[in-house]
Design a protein around this ligand. Structure first.
Ligand SMILES: *Cc1c(COP(=O)(O)O)cnc(C)c1O
Length: 426
């Protein structure tokens, strides 16, 4: 069995080798600083701390209290939130807690459909089924790649949902939160904004500000544009805080992941210092990459409105064999992306699009010139159909100069397990 253990460690090493030499462009991923990576393997990962700061069900929580108190305080300051809960262990968990808090069975809710960009947890396969909610989807304008505002307002007034869920996974432009707020007030609806994809842009004041625009609750994962450990956070207004806290604990989380809370606190501090520069470079990079791909001949969505205002780019690759074939080709050149449904798609197995995100490339220090180079590399794989092995060699070469996490307080080689530092620390 020892050999088995060693072989797992070896496979993880190979995984690191792959990612060290690749362009990771999955829009839902990111990397943490080395400090956070060390904290994730600390003793905190072994402990229980059910309850709240200063009021736990277990002894031994003196330092855990200090860490969680800091995470909450930093998040309140960074997002100017009235109340914060750092316990949900994933984005779906945060959504479940938020909807558990604010709805009763058989209530009506409204969210985006999956092809229009909604997350699977917003769909009839997930939370609406768990909570037995009647689900309606937003009217969508595929040309503008956003919710159709006029029709949305009409639908809210007509259908009178008690819960409006904004935000999504294919998320190029800010959602109409303030318009939804006005209609919601007329029918007495609550608004939850799922910021999973864009939390890092919100932290850097580069997208929209859902709490100021009228959301009652922001539920979000903490590892997409927000470059923290996998986990989640809920920000909310004072008047729903008891409901939210009870829906998290004891409702949907027993023990939260304390090592993740420590990592989250550090990432919040990183974003307080570097968030604006980081988010600003992400949105610049996304636009430059989109323009470059458009010039290569790709059908990049929404050229008429500057392609994107987030970290994402959506491309219709139907004419190049569809999303699956293109994503597999790019993988052979060490360019890691995913196939993605576009609004016109019916079959989730055969999406016509691919979705690209530039947040991780930005986190390792890539700027406009690298975006232009990457557009050309993608064009050579998909459009001029060059040998993927040859392009892969150039990807590896490009990646050589980008091996350190930026916008944080450390700068060590991120794929080397920091053993020395670990020993000193533990
Ligand atoms: C990724 C995502 C989630 C789920 O987050 P997990 O941490 O993977 O559970 C929820 N909502 C949206 C909009 C997402 O994109």
């Amino acid at each position: 069995m020892q050999a088995e253990t060693e072989s797992i460690v070896e496979v993880v090493r190979r995984h690191h080798e792959l990612y060290k030499n690749a362009l990771p462009m999955i829009a839902s991923e990111n990397i943490t600083s080395n400090t956070v990576r060390i904290l994730l393997s600390s003793d905190l990962s072994h402990r229980y701390a059910e309850g709240d700061v200063g009021n736990r069900f277990y002894q031994g929580c003196e330092y855990i209290d200090e860490i969680e108190e800091k995470a909450i305080r930093y998040a309140k300051e960074l997002f100017e939130a009235e109340h914060v809960n750092v316990k949900p262990t994933s984005g779906v968990n945060a959504n479940i807690a938020a909807l558990f808090a604010l709805t009763s069975p058989r209530d009506k809710m409204m969210a985006l459909s999956i092809p229009d960009g909604g997350h699977i947890s917003h769909s009839r396969y997930s939370i609406p089924a768990i909570r037995n909610l009647a689900l309606d989807t937003f009217p969508y304008d595929a040309k503008e790649m956003n919710i159709d505002v006029t029709k949305m307002v009409k639908e809210i007034k007509l259908k009178k949902p008690s819960l409006i869920l904004l935000g999504g996974s294919l998320f190029l432009f800010p959602h109409p939160v303030s318009e939804a707020r006005e209609a919601a007030d007329e029918v007495g609806a609550r608004i939850v904004y799922d910021a999973s994809h864009v939390l890092g842009l919100i932290a850097g004041k580069k997208f929209q500000d859902p709490l100021r625009e009228g959301a009652d609750v922001v539920a979000s994962s903490t590892h997409k544009t927000f470059p923290g450990p996998q986990g989640a956070i809920i920000l909310c207004k004072e008047n729903v805080k008891e409901k939210i806290d009870r829906a998290v604990f004891p409702g949907t989380v027993s023990n939260h992941h304390l090592h993740h809370v420590a990592g989250l606190a550090v990432t919040l501090a990183e974003m307080m210092q570097f968030g604006e520069a980081y988010a600003s470079q992400i949105t610049t990079n996304a636009k430059v990459l989109a323009q470059g791909l458009y010039e290569e001949g790709f059908d990049v969505l929404c050229e008429h409105k500057g392609f994107t205002e987030s970290h994402q780019i959506a491309i219709d690759v139907f004419n190049h064999g569809g999303g699956a074939a293109v994503a597999e080709k790019l993988e052979r050149a060490n360019i890691i992306t995913n196939k993605n449904m576009l609004p016109s798609d019916k079959d989730p197995a055969e999406p016509t699009g691919i979705r690209l995100g530039v947040q991780e490339l930005t986190r390792i220090g890539m700027n406009e010139s690298e975006m232009r180079e990457i557009a050309s590399l993608i064009g050579r794989v998909v459009i001029t159909k060059e040998d993927e092995n040859k392009v892969r060699e150039e990807v590896i070469e490009l990646r050589k100069d980008f091996q350190h996490v930026q916008y944080c307080f450390d700068g060590k080689d991120m794929y080397k397990f920091p053993e020395k530092k670990m020993k000193k620390f533990l």
